[in-house]
Design a protein around this ligand. Structure first.
Ligand SMILES: Cc1ncc(COP(=O)(O)O)c(C=O)c1O
Length: 401
């Protein structure tokens, strides 16, 4: 079958795509169908952290695709175990953390696994005749995915509209509000707290200093599980392997996706081993999750990230980008860590118009919420590319202010 590029209208209208079709990419550069080049400071939403067409990842995918693309989880898998170890070591910031991993295909599936695991943990340990804890408390402004459970966990009520009734057992409190969390988790039936260290889709909003430590202490005090969603923040982007590491805490469950395969779809749910032990054969599964081809892409991605010390690159490139953004008069505030940055625009500037004008000028960024431009370039972005992006954004903002 030949696909006619002129044929449109067959895709469900869940997105309102910009009038550009990208057909190629290398490093920080994207190319459209007309051959025009763009600086990609969005990375497919914090996915291609090593840049487009990374040679080691491309080579690993090519090699594995000729050896074995897929095999069911009903059989052994020579690539999934070592990949699980690599993830466990990064969770432990270089030392084995001693946990276990379930592989999925996306961020929402990784979070779905985390929610199910939390429920299974309490349903295994509840004394006979008592109702097991099952409720998850998450934050207003959070984003955890689009499946029904992860949508229910997502603290953006406008995304819930039209999909009710959502699954029961989800509650939201103000992000950073310890007292509200204390109150919500005091209710019988609470199993877990689910948080992002930096709310990416919520507008690049970092947790206030001390918040994650206070939440960890609260969870310990009350016997609750702490799930940290590192789907957007994870794997070096914020200047640490995982953003929770800055807070000096250890979550019970960590979810990962986006950058894990540098664009190849793969997600992972890591849990400390006592928690992971709640899953027995038959409790959870995935046809594709952890298949050899996805594992090969992820293994090559992590190996390349470690070889270049990706967190360190993100930290230093992030300082340059943040300083440059802060010097643009129309930028009122710069939020975030490393290379997950939000430029908060001065009042009255339409962020969507800025995104559209930047795209026309050859810079890809987005506006996760009104008034905020998100910048998430590859961790390999060069100083020259950062400076070029700042020039484009500066002149677009000057025009639109
Ligand atoms: C923090 C966070 N969690 C979960 C998800 C959902 O990931 P996916 O779109 O791969 O299902 C996202 C996606 O943006 C995210 O940013």
């Amino acid at each position: 079958m030949t696909l006619e590029t002129s044929q449109t209208g067959t895709l469900m209208a869940t997105y309102a795509p910009a009038p550009v079709t990208f057909v190629g990419g290398r490093g920080t550069i994207l190319e459209d169908a007309a051959g025009k080049q763009y600086l990609d400071f969005l990375c497919g939403l914090a996915v291609t952290s090593l840049g487009h067409a990374h040679p080691a990842v491309a080579e690993a995918v090519e090699r594995q695709s000729k050896r074995l693309v897929h095999v069911s989880n009903l059989f052994g898998n020579e690539l999934a175990e070592p990949l699980g170890h690599a993830i466990d070591r990064l969770i432990g910031d270089g030392e084995p953390a001693g946990g276990k991993v379930f592989f999925a295909n996306s961020g929402a599936e990784a979070n779905e696994c985390a929610i199910k695991l939390a429920r299974r943990f309490f349903s295994r340990s509840a004394p006979a005749g008592t109702a097991p804890a099952f409720a998850v408390v998450s934050a207003h402004g959070s984003f955890h995915g689009r499946t029904l459970a992860t949508l229910a966990a997502t603290g953006q009520s406008e995304k819930h509209v039209g999909f009710e009734p959502l699954p029961a057992g989800f509650e939201h409190v103000g992000f950073g509000d310890v007292e509200a969390l204390e109150e919500a988790t005091s209710r019988a039936g609470t199993a877990a707290v689910l948080l992002e260290a930096i709310q990416g889709e919520g507008g690049v909003v970092p947790a206030p200093t001390g918040y994650l430590k206070a939440v960890r202490d609260l969870c310990d005090e009350r016997g609750l599980l702490l799930i940290v969603d590192e789907i957007q923040t994870g794997l070096g982007r914020t200047g640490r392997w995982f953003a929770f590491q800055r807070a000096g805490i250890q979550p019970d469950i960590v979810t990962i996706a986006k950058a894990l395969g540098n664009g190849f779809p793969i997600g992972a749910c890591w849990a400390r081993s006592e928690v992971a032990a709640a899953f027995h054969p038959g409790d959870h599964g995935s046809t594709f999750g952890g298949q050899p081809l996805a594992c090969a892409a992820a293994a090559a991605t992590l190996e390349a990230m470690e070889a270049i010390d990706a967190p360190q690159l993100a930290a230093s490139a992030g300082s340059r980008l943040a300083a440059g953004l802060a010097s643009i008069p129309a930028v009122a505030e710069v939020r975030g860590e490393g290379l997950l940055l939000g430029a908060v625009l001065a009042p009255g500037i339409d962020a969507k118009a800025v995104v559209a004008a930047a795209l026309r000028a050859g810079l890809v960024v987005n506006a996760p919420v009104a008034g905020v431009i998100r910048l998430a370039p590859p961790l390999t972005v060069s100083e020259t590319e950062i400076d070029q992006a700042l020039v484009i954004l500066g002149s677009v903002l000057e025009e639109l202010s």
